[in-house]
Write a protein that binds this ligand. Structure first.
Ligand code: SF4
Ligand code: SF4
Length: 432
């Protein structure tokens, strides 16, 4: 099966329950932003710009867990900001898993290895042999230093604090916008791609599930993205999401002001998205993409969909953000209020006409995937197509992954912030 059966069954049961009860609008994924602080300043990230005056604020653990219960989405994507900076991240993951939700930690991976070392340390008292064996494996793979190993063997600093353990209900969701040269350019820091790969390798050795999320921009070379998926599938990554980047307000303003770049040179229009995603249907059969064939047909320009942003709500320090993850016309005190007060008919693109000018170039996952997955504009054959996709065999590693290709040159210094163009240096930089 493409996805683990318990996860697929849980989501299917939830959706069918709502359909049987006739619920018109309900949440499938909660985008939970406990804080907006981040250790990076990626080009195109609206979050750290839109909430720049409240970067030090954070949601309480109670509010975070309350948001899960309130909208009751079966999946929670903990994002931000960088969620691993949130001081209660371990308790939050533990609490959401206790609520029986599927949890994704959307991270830039810079602190992932630290969190996994902390988990190993928490295991030393009960499973010292297992920990020793894993330390050995990790050291051989160049993923752990002698100093780190010694720290792990000392055990946890605070034994009462939970750690983020491998679970079939939890995924690390690593932000990767391409191979080394382009990723480091976009995240505006050299070495980030390398750290992502080290963290993914460590996670797979320790038995975690790992997904990746990729945003495609105008400068993204799709052949490189394909090479990245080959490489990631050979590393044993469990799934990928892929979405087009488009010029929403917060990111656009920053680009003009801080980087002196023209948004139209960076973000995709609708027609560019369709051109970039023309191979996506081929890819969805070759790689383990999270999504539905119907959404991929939409991205490839083969059918039209309207926006259902209400199904993937965002909760952050200011409340429930509407209408969607990207655009902000208000923050509401509850999910029910967001549903009630947002004029949903004012948004999206219908029959090629944008109801709101800001939606014109948007084809993003968080707006359109629910329309596909909930069958809101179903055509003949869609149900069977989706069942076949979800219950079909998981794509096998392609065997075409190559470190020489993905480590294709550092280059970017601080990426776009330097104003320099990335140049491949032609030298393979090994991850370990
Ligand atoms: S890592 Fe995520 S939150 Fe941080 S700047 Fe980049 S896109 Fe924004
Ligand atoms: S189309 Fe939907 S998801 Fe996209 S910007 Fe508009 S409201 Fe948001």
């Amino acid at each position: 099966m493409r996805f683990p059966l318990p996860l697929t069954a849980k989501i299917a049961a939830y959706v069918i329950g709502h359909k049987l009860r006739g619920t018109k609008k309900f949440a499938t994924v909660l985008q939970l932003e406990p804080l907006h602080t981040c250790n990076l300043t990626c080009t195109g990230c609206g979050r750290i710009r839109e909430y720049s005056t409240s970067l030090k604020d954070m949601m309480s653990l109670e509010d975070c867990l309350g948001a899960g219960n309130e909208c009751n989405a079966p999946m929670v994507s903990i994002c931000g900001g960088e969620p691993l900076i949130y001081p209660h991240i371990e308790a939050l993951v533990e609490g959401l898993l206790a609520q029986k939700r599927i949890v994704y930690i959307c991270t830039n991976a810079m602190f992932m290895r630290k969190k996994m070392r902390e988990w190993l340390a928490s295991q030393i008292a009960g499973r010292s042999e297992f920990v020793d064996q894993k330390i050995d494996e990790l050291m051989k793979a160049g993923l752990l230093s002698e100093k780190d190993a010694a720290e792990i063997r000392k055990g946890p600093k605070d034994a009462s604090k939970p750690a983020i353990a491998p679970s079939k209900w939890m995924y690390w969701n690593v932000h990767l916008d391409g191979v080394e040269r382009i990723h480091d350019l976009i995240v505006e820091r050299e070495g980030v791609f390398k750290e992502c790969i080290l963290a993914i390798k460590m996670a797979k050795i320790l038995g975690y599930q790992v997904a990746t999320n990729t945003t495609i921009y105008k400068e993204t070379d799709m052949q490189e993205v394909e090479q990245m998926f080959d490489y990631l599938s050979d590393l044993g990554v469990d799934g990928h999401t892929i979405s087009p980047g488009y010029e929403y307000d917060a990111a656009k303003k920053d680009m003009i002001k801080r980087l002196n770049l023209r948004p139209e040179d960076f973000f995709l229009t609708r027609s560019m998205t369709i051109r970039k995603f023309r191979k996506v249907e081929e890819w969805m059969n070759r790689y383990t993409f999270f999504g539905t064939p119907v959404y991929f047909e939409f991205l490839a320009g083969k059918r039209d969909l309207t926006c259902s942003a209400w199904a993937i709500p965002t909760r952050n320090i200011r409340g429930w953000k509407g209408p969607c993850y990207l655009m902000t016309d208000g923050h509401y005190s509850s999910y029910a209020e967001l549903l009630e007060k947002t004029e949903w008919d004012r948004y999206g693109v219908v029959n090629g006409v944008a109801r709101d000018g800001r939606c014109e170039n948007c084809m993003v996952h968080c707006g359109y995937e629910p329309t596909a997955s909930l069958g809101l504009q179903a055509q003949h054959g869609d149900t069977w197509k989706t069942i076949k996709f979800n219950f079909g065999p998981k794509p096998k590693p392609t065997g075409r992954g190559s470190e020489t290709i993905v480590f294709n040159g550092i280059s970017s210094g601080n990426g776009h912030i330097t104003g320099k163009s990335a140049q491949a240096n032609g030298t393979a930089a090994r991850a370990s």
